[in-house]
Write a protein that binds this ligand. Sequence first.
Ligand SMILES: *Cc1c(COP(=O)(O)O)cnc(C)c1O
Length: 220
Amino acid sequence: MENIRDNLAKVQKNLKDGVLLVAVTKTHTAMEINEAIDAGVTDIGENKVQEILDKYDKVKPVRWHMIGHLQTNKVKYIIDKVSLIHSVDSMKLAQEIQKQAQRHGITMDILIQVNAAGEESKFGIEPGSVKELIMEILDNCPNVNVKGLMFVAPFAEDPEEVRGYFAQVAAMYNEYSKISHPRLDFRYLSMGMSHDYLTAMEEGANLVRVGSAIFGSRVY
Ligand SMILES: *Cc1c(COP(=O)(O)O)cnc(C)c1O
């Protein structure tokens, strides 16, 4: 049995000042999630639309983050449930978020997912196209706020191996945060998971997505 409260306390102790912890709850039950909320978790992350829908009514009030690949035809199911979509990597997806946000009379906060390591298996947009996507969203999607960048590092036994990628995405974050636009309000540099969040924070992450270090390893 994992002790969620103790695990969470250990992670929280490691967080630098001002870093937001998103507890990644995929594969875990509403009961486990509520235990984490009782212990102080304010933000949770899921990577599948279906899991959000299955758990939404059973979980205590909390901010939900969509951190996984999002198909355009599923945006409508989560638009009124999540606070931040981390995984925007195409204009097509941004336009669907725009359409659904407008329909609900809301604005949606999003991050651009960057595939900085150029991994074929990973979602995200290549670094050289990030600025163009940001500008296109700002020009065409009045109900979408661009709040920062998100990055998933390749798995490395030693997180030092991916430190350079974290630094690269942090440099992009700093550069694009200077763009002046009413709907560009860079607040979140979302990078770092259970095995590499310390390194990610050292390179400037201010939002970390931590699952197994809190809930134990996942059984699919
Ligand atoms: C699963 C997942 C995490 C958390 O992974 P852990 O190794 O369990 O901390 C973070 N980000 C994304 C996008 C994920 O899918």
